[in-house]
Design a protein around this ligand. Sequence first.
Ligand code: DC
Length: 216
Amino acid sequence: MSKLIRVAIDGPSGAGKSTIAKAVGKQLNLDYIDTGAMYRAVAYKMIANNVSIFEMEKLEKLLAGTEIDFSNGNIILDDEIINEKIRTPEISKMASDCSALPQVREKLVALQRKMGETKNVIMDGRDIGTNVLVDAEFKLFMTASPEERAKRRYIELNEKGEKVSFAQVLKDIKERDHNDSTRALNPLKKAEDALELDTTGMSIEEVINCVLKEIK
Ligand code: DC
């Protein structure tokens, strides 16, 4: 079997990781794996089942009966397609909270590594280059200023008809940045061998071209 190609993309919320990973994956024929969506799936299930981050027994039971998969661009949780349902501010907050729990990370990281063992992947998240795929062939750390990221997220939420203020979106982003980069377990961090790219002021096409050039 020929050697697998694995691309790891990390960075804070709203840096544009998923847009870039999808486009680059399509160009290079790599399966896109959105690991943030997996934490969101767990958060969605916790909220649906009324399980809080403080109820370990309930949470472990819930995790043991949880299946998450990607198929045809859909994220599937226990046979339910949950694509749009996991993109709400409530789920964002719960995903950030539950991603600090060792039980949740252990389960999802094992799943992610398994996905990276069998196919060519482009995976985005917070700990892909530092933990999930430490020997990935290419690692990218994408950033943008909090204001720029909040602006992108604000436009996205507005287009979906969600009523939120810019100030609230910026506050949420800063809070999640803090949560994600200060948690004890595999916090958001640039891998030493990752290429850092600040996308503030760059167009999507510019970022895609830059990443493609670097990978090739
Ligand atoms: O990328 P996102 O906003 O969809 O991710 C949702 C949350 O999941 C985010 O607050 C941090 C967490 N996450 C993580 O801890 N590790 C990953 N590899 C991906 C996401």
